[in-house]
Design a protein around this ligand. Structure first.
Ligand SMILES: NC(=O)c1ccc[n+]([C@@H]2O[C@H](COP(=O)([O-])OP(=O)(O)OC[C@H]3O[C@@H](n4cnc5c(N)ncnc54)[C@H](OP(=O)(O)O)[C@@H]3O)[C@@H](O)[C@H]2O)c1
Length: 320
């Protein structure tokens, strides 16, 4: 990237609206790093959560086109089979499997990981894409607040349980987080959001911030296994999730929103391109590493980082 395009890219990023919308995608795609080779994922296996909708479904289609066998991890098998049929219509020779797993439920995550590791060897790509923004505080059957369970505890446990499979393949782990995380500091007090008035957007942003920190923590831990761990934010894309959770936003931004395929671009690039295999722990948007904080006083407190890791170990019972 030339110095001029670097400046343009950075201006788009800091200006937020042009960078996050399809304008950012269209401008950057003229100078960003090359697409993965068309057969980049031939013979490789990918697991993606929240695969039946929005960015997840777009990513499944793109991964299948690149040759991967893709496991669509969904909480509703009927929706998963419907998505599988749609992807097969677009990619007739795709290898797709649908697996049931409610990522927010730790028993369900354990059952999926056990079934996967019994039947399969190495895992090349694990994508934590499932996400939600509930309007009111809700708890899972296991007593965890839903955004914490879906964005943090479930992905943490799944990463840990699939670690041997990832290590066998020298795989990649990708957390699909959100630019909304810039609005939140790393929060160690009251992680289950039991106190104070619950704000869905705040719970979402906090747990998306936690995903970025967990990415860095897993990246360190998995380096010796030859596993790369990255996080990415998709910008703003027109998906069923955005329509349902943020109808006002969707109405105002509608024409400028990215398509699901544009929103999924960097997820797929991180899974398949050579460059992200040579580094780990990055927070990416539009095929470039972005700052995780813009203001110095927002930097994570080391104690809060330790408490996040300890919380995940304690709540999931993962033996590391
Ligand atoms: N679209 C954007 O502009 C945007 C911006 C920033 C970040 N993101 C992130 O991108 C990811 C995908 O979002 P999207 O916009 O594509 O939304 P979406 O269309 O609502 O897709 C979300 C997917 O996650 C699944 N899911 C939710 N909770 C789950 C659980 N407990 N277990 C298993 N699957 C679960 C949903 O399943 P059901 O269909 O069964 O509900 C759905 O398949 C999310 O992590 C989101 O936070 C999106």
């Amino acid at each position: 990237m030339s110095a001029a395009t670097k400046v343009l890219d950075t201006v788009l990023d800091r200006a937020v609206v042009p960078g996050y919308t399809k304008i950012g995608y269209q401008v950057r795609s003229k100078f960003w790093p090359a697409d993965p080779a068309p057969d980049a994922l031939d013979g490789k296996t990918a697991v993606i959560t929240g695969a039946n909708s929005g960015l997840g479904k777009a990513a499944v289609t793109a991964l299948a086109k690149l040759g991967a066998t893709v496991h669509l991890v969904v909480r509703n098998v009927t929706k998963g089979e419907q998505a599988r049929a749609e992807v097969l219509a677009a990619v007739p020779n795709a290898h797709l499997e649908v697996a049931e797993c409610d990522v927010s439920n730790l028993a369900s995550v354990r059952a999926f990981a056990e079934a996967f590791t019994e039947r399969h060897g190495g895992l090349d790509v694990l994508i934590h894409n499932a996400g939600s923004l509930p309007p009111a505080r809700a708890e899972t059957d296991e007593g965890n607040e839903v955004t914490l369970a879906t964005h943090v505890l479930g992905p943490f446990l799944l990463t840990g349980l699939l670690r041997p499979a990832l290590a066998e393949a020298h795989g990649r782990v990708i957390f699909v987080t959100s630019g909304g995380m810039y609005a939140a500091r790393l929060h160690s007090e009251d992680p289950q959001y039991r106190h104070g008035a619950y704000k869905g957007g705040q719970a979402y942003a906090r747990t998306k911030r936690m995903q970025v920190v967990l990415t860095e923590q897993w990246a360190q831990r998995l380096t010796d296994d030859g596993v790369a761990v990255h996080s990415t934010h998709p910008g703003w894309a027109d998906t069923p999730g955005v329509t349902a959770s943020l109808p006002g936003f969707n109405k105002i931004m509608g024409p400028l929103l990215r398509s699901p395929e544009q929103g999924a671009d960097t997820i797929v690039w991180l899974a398949a391109a050579p460059e992200p295999g040579h580094s780990t722990g990055g927070f990416w948007h539009d095929r470039r590493i972005r700052p995780t904080h813009y203001l110095p006083w927002q930097h994570d407190d080391p104690q809060a980082r330790k408490e996040l890791w300890d919380l995940c170990v304690r709540e999931t019972g993962l033996v590391i």
